[in-house]
Write a new protein. Sequence first.
Length: 277
Amino acid sequence: MEKLIIEKALSNGATDCAIISVKTILEKLTPPILDGYPQKLSYLSNPKRMNINSFFNGAKSILICIYQYWNNEKNYENKLSNISDPYEFLKSKGYRVEFIKSINKKKYRISRYALVDEYHKKIMENLEKTLDDLKLEIKGLDGKIFVDSSPVFEKKLAAIAGLGFQGRNTLLINPEYGSYIFIGGIALSIDAEYIIPQLGEIKCGECNLCERMCPTAALKDYKLLPSKCISFWTTHNNGNDIPPEIINSSSYIFGCDICQEFCPYNTKAKKAERTIF
Ligand code: SF4
Ligand code: SF4
């Protein structure tokens, strides 16, 4: 059954995927460390997030998928130069970016994830198709889809599933495909498990390029301080009351990829054979 589930997810376009049982989640999922997090992110400490059954009552396992959205063959500068008005561009994708009107930068940058198609919608549609396919094949199967805005610790679950590790920049890094990846999945009503074996100790090691290159010193010891992070201020906080030293510290006006741009796992990332982006 695991083979069938994995095959369906891959044939629908996931770059890679795995399945973890709820038993394994209960054994391995650890709560996040949120020292110094602003009130705005306090929802992350809700204990319900630790229990997948709070998300989908009757969950026995989860299928977790990654989708590569950027690789070294895509030309970032080209994509950016095709945008005539960053405010209109981001607004058309549903982002709340009123604050951008007051930023006056001749040269600006936007996170790569915002340059691709609206990802929540696209991943939801992809996983809905996979769930429908599975319902046809496996009698009695039910499920509920999650994306990165759902009350699920998707990065931690993906790491438990063997789809990568959380790097010093706090992001999920897949050893083959890097960190320009979206995560989504389906909580399933059936008991199943297919964890990808970890290939030895592939982690950050002595590298700390992301910490060194972060223009605001927002990274320290595998932790992120949101109050110093350009990405937090320009995306999660909708740019409200953005400190001038944060917006002046780089060219980024929406999101920030600096701690990914220098990561050796991204500079050497393989282009995915499959993805929906
Ligand atoms: S997103 Fe930018 S500001 Fe935030 S930690 Fe990474 S490099 Fe630093
Ligand atoms: S830049 Fe280096 S330290 Fe940072 S996440 Fe990548 S490998 Fe880890």
